[in-house]
Design a protein around this ligand. Structure first.
Ligand code: R5P
Length: 303
């Protein structure tokens, strides 16, 4: 008796504009083929979308980091619907920055818990998700809100390697309680000392941070590590406590940098700012794309 095995179809990888280099890395790592995406805005502000490539029957990987959230979220949902309409067998999302994770509780009566609603939209549209260090504060894991299979890539090993190569005697500082997960992982990976401060947030740009103990980092290079740099207020308020030391370095996983945040931060007496390439920005010095490609390859094998 002869048994025939049908060769699996190669996955088709489609980058939304700005995600091309990560998509190429995923294509190389997964042995996939690259598709195309034409995206433009009609004069009235609606999106025009066209996908290129043989989608029918294939696993399709959409690479779309979710920043800026308001313009990327809708397109990322529409592209999944288009892929399914064109016959994709499965549609997965690689979103190195996963937006809408921070509103994880109803702090005031009537508030929307957008992290949960946004997760539902993504889970209805996609079969799986790969992301990098999602903002997990009051959720212990992504599975509490995302019901599809997920892979979370940790940036800590790449941040640690970069610090080992670039900074002499680093002392790591996490500006708030939730940053402990990231700062402790980086510290462990490079055997460096660290401390975690505490933050009270009173408004979008109004935060208070407890001062670090200067004795702890004397003779070291202070390095503030956080997952997201958005308005920069968290970093700037932490820096304000540290004028008595060598200028600190700021490391963020996700370079959101809302408005003038990057300029504000660089004007605040910082030694330098380094971020991971989950959102394209001139401060991207830490490359996490290989780990993202590996996680995507492993997800494609599992689903
Ligand atoms: C939330 O607590 C995050 O971990 C960051 O600390 C926060 O998003 C930073 O925001 P901003 O730069 O606006 O202070």
């Amino acid at each position: 008796m002869v048994s025939w095995s049908v060769p699996a179809m190669k996955p088709l990888v489609i980058a939304l504009p700005g995600n091309e280099s990560l998509a190429r890395r995923i294509v190389d790592r997964c042995g996939g083929i690259q598709g195309g995406c034409e995206l433009r805005r009609f004069p009235d502000g609606e999106e025009y979308l066209r996908l290129d490539g043989e989608l029918a029957g294939r696993s399709v990987v959409i690479v779309s980091t979710l920043n800026p959230p308001h313009e990327r979220a809708l397109v990322t949902l529409l592209v999944a619907a288009t892929a399914r309409d064109l016959g994709a067998a499965r549609v997965g999302l690689v979103a190195p920055y996963l937006a809408y994770m921070r509103q994880d509780e109803r702090f005031r009566p009537g508030e929307a818990v957008t992290s949960s609603y946004f997760a539902r939209l993504i889970c209805d549209a996609y079969d799986w998700l790969v992301t990098v260090d999602p903002h997990l504060h009051r959720y212990a894991s992504l599975d509490e809100v995302y019901t599809i299979p997920t892979r979370v890539v940790a940036a800590a090993p790449d941040i640690a390697s970069w610090l080992v190569a670039s900074v002499d005697r680093p002392f790591l500082i996490g500006p708030d309680a939730e940053s402990e997960q990231w700062v402790a992982a980086v510290a462990r990976a490079m055997d460096a000392p660290f401390a975690v401060l505490s933050k009270t947030r009173r408004g979008d740009r109004d935060v208070e941070i407890t001062p670090p103990d200067p004795a702890a980092y004397r003779g070291c290079t202070p390095v503030i590590v956080d997952d997201i740099i958005s308005t920069g207020s968290t970093m700037i308020q932490t820096l304000r406590h540290m004028t008595d030391t060598a200028a600190p370095l700021c490391i963020g996983v996700h370079a959101v940098f809302a408005g003038t945040a990057h300029a504000d931060l660089t004007a605040s007496g910082v030694r330098g700012v380094a971020t991971c390439n989950t959102i394209a920005h001139p401060t991207n010095s830490i490359d996490v794309s290989l780990r993202v490609a590996e996680a995507t390859a492993s997800m494609l094998k599992a689903v």
